[in-house]
Ligand binder design. Structure first.
Ligand SMILES: Cc1ncc(COP(=O)(O)O)c(C=O)c1O
Ligand SMILES: [Zn+2]
Length: 396
């Protein structure tokens, strides 16, 4: 009975964990640093851990502590728990029967503190920033990530954040009424607001946290999947998520690679990225067999029910998502307003889960692939319901 406690004490007393970053393009390694999102060669830098020694501390309540060995944190005391994680992963028998999927598993990320999976991102980023001495940073999103940052900020020791929002997304920013949170409204779409945020950071000598290219974001989002892989009775054959940049799916894939190396997963699932038909630049590029986003795929001020994933220009991240989907035998899906609306209704009626339209898009993508036969009835399928109904109008 005392073993977990001893392990905990050993972990606490252990020397600082060495975190390395490795370039996914040229393979060069270096010490992990928050201000260095890219390698000299332009490649993405991923944190790398000693997987031969990594352990999952099942007795820890905070996800950051449980999966500490797979996070870019040096000291256990740096972990922040902001009400993130420990969400259910339910075997959806009723909804599965409706869709012809016997092993449909829903990771209910609507149960996070701010009702989206982005709380996991904020918990990890804020902890890593605090540990590395960042006192103020600039960020931008379609609303959910910024709300999670604003929610998590009071848990830090005096850190400040400058949030940049496109005008159409302002009402999606919550918890910003805090003296250390400042919200800047930009008369543009989400991509334009991110550009303004970067310019502000340069001008004021602040850290622009980098979105997809901030590996602490990807590593935080990974935890939704590590939890789900641990909760499912079988390894998932297919993993489905609605994407904007794709950082969540990137984390899911990296987590699967790490779990395979640790012997906790036996095979790599097929990864499926879902977009809404009215804003599906990645799906379009993939349909055309293009390995990059071309000008005619880009949308300015895109519209759609699933506001959280209204990214009209995913030029910088698409190549990573294409590599993951093609590399695992998965793919992209685009779903209509009708499919999202129907899925949202089914989730509420059959499983009692109130999702936003981005969450509904993921289920609609799985339903579509089940109908076409791309997912077989007996295959274990993991769908990440990334976000819930917000306070106020249901705007996804
Ligand atoms: C609810 C929800 N789902 C999915 C996503 C997709 O995020 P990404 O592809 O950037 O991981 C977001 C991003 O804001 C979101 O808020
Ligand atoms: Zn490199």
């Amino acid at each position: 009975m005392t073993r977990p406690l001893q392990q905990k004490a050993a972990a606490r007393g252990a020397d600082r964990k060495d975190v390395r970053a490795v370039c996914v393009r040229c393979g060069r390694g270096r010490p992990y640093a928050v201000v260095e999102p890219r390698c000299d060669c332009g490649g993405l830098l991923d944190p790398e851990y000693d997987l031969s020694r990594a352990v999952i501390r099942d007795d820890e309540a905070a996800p950051g502590a449980r999966y500490f060995d797979l996070l870019p944190l040096q000291r256990p005391e740096s972990v922040l728990h902001i009400g993130d994680g420990n969400t259910p992963c339910v075997h959806a028998r009723t909804l599965g029967a409706r869709l012809g999927l016997d092993r449909l598993y829903l990771k209910d990320e609507t149960r996070n503190a701010t009702r989206t999976t982005k709380d996991r991102m904020a918990a990890c980023v804020l902890a890593v920033f605090q540990e590395r001495g960042v006192e103020e940073f600039v960020a931008s999103s379609t609303g959910n990530s910024s709300s999670s940052f604003a929610w998590g900020l009071p848990y830090t020791r005096g850190m400040k954040v400058q949030l940049f929002a496109g005008r159409d997304f302002v009402d999606r920013h919550q918890y910003t009424d805090h003296p250390r949170v400042e919200l800047h409204v930009i008369d543009d779409d989400f991509v334009g607001a991110a550009k303004a945020g970067r310019a502000y950071a340069d001008e004021h000598g602040l850290l622009f946290e980098g979105g997809f290219f901030n590996s602490a974001r990807r590593e935080g989002l990974k935890l939704a999947y590590l939890e789900a892989y641990d909760q499912m009775p079988q390894d998932p054959a297919v993993v489905v998520q609605a994407i904007s940049s794709g950082m969540g799916v990137y984390g899911a894939h990296k987590g699967a690679r790490e779990y395979m190396a640790m012997g906790r997963l036996r095979s790599m699932p097929r990864f499926v990225c879902v977009q809404q038909s009215s804003c599906a630049p990645m799906w379009n590029a993939h349909q055309e067999g293009s390995d990059h986003i071309r000008p005619h795929h880009v949308l300015h001020r895109p519209q759609g029910l699933a506001k959280a994933i209204l990214r009209g220009d995913p030029t910088n991240t698409y190549p990573f998502m294409r590599a993951i989907t093609t590399g695992t035998g998965g793919g992209f899906a685009a779903v209509s307003d009708i499919e999202m609306t129907e899925s949202r209704h089914w989730l509420a009626q059959d499983e009692g889960i109130d999702v936003c339209f981005a969450g509904a898009a993921a289920l609609a993508g799985a339903a579509q692939l089940a109908r076409s036969g791309a997912i077989r009835r007996e295959e274990p399928v993991l769908v990440n319901l990334t976000g819930g109904e917000r306070i106020g109008p249901a705007d996804g």
